[in-house]
Design a protein around this ligand. Structure first.
Ligand SMILES: [Zn+2]
Length: 122
């Protein structure tokens, strides 16, 4: 009886390891979390911090990018995480109805939602 229980436990452990490896293989590292320094991964709908205690997440469908008719690509996300800003071409302006090239700044306040800003040219 004891042997059976032990075998089941071994099997569960084995299964968990496989699951973990598969899960890790799926995850693509985008950059480093500005809050805690852990890896940030690309999810289906967002870019999220691998540290569960840290709630840093950037949503792909963030209003900031939607308003500017810009896809929040992994390239932009990587630039924001690395440099705190990233150059983006063809941003749409609601005010003028035209598109322009600009620099998006990551303006993280540490709250639930991360904010973004357009860098003003001085
Ligand atoms: Zn983090």
């Amino acid at each position: 009886m004891f042997l059976i229980i032990r075998n089941i436990k071994n099997f569960q452990l084995f299964y968990c390891n496989i699951k973990q490896k598969l899960f890790q293989a799926e995850r693509v590292v985008i950059g480093t979390c500005p809050r805690c320094g852990e890896n940030v991964y690309e999810g289906k709908k967002n870019y999220y911090c691998g540290n569960r205690a840290c709630q840093f997440v950037m949503w792909k469908n963030d209003r900031f990018f939607e308003e500017r008719k810009e896809a929040f690509t992994p390239k932009i996300a990587a630039a924001l995480l690395k440099n705190g800003k990233g150059k983006v071409k063809g941003l749409y302006s609601v005010k003028t109805g035209k598109t322009y090239d600009g620099t998006v700044l990551l303006a993280d306040t540490g709250r639930t939602y991360v904010n973004y800003r357009i860098e003003r040219k001085s």
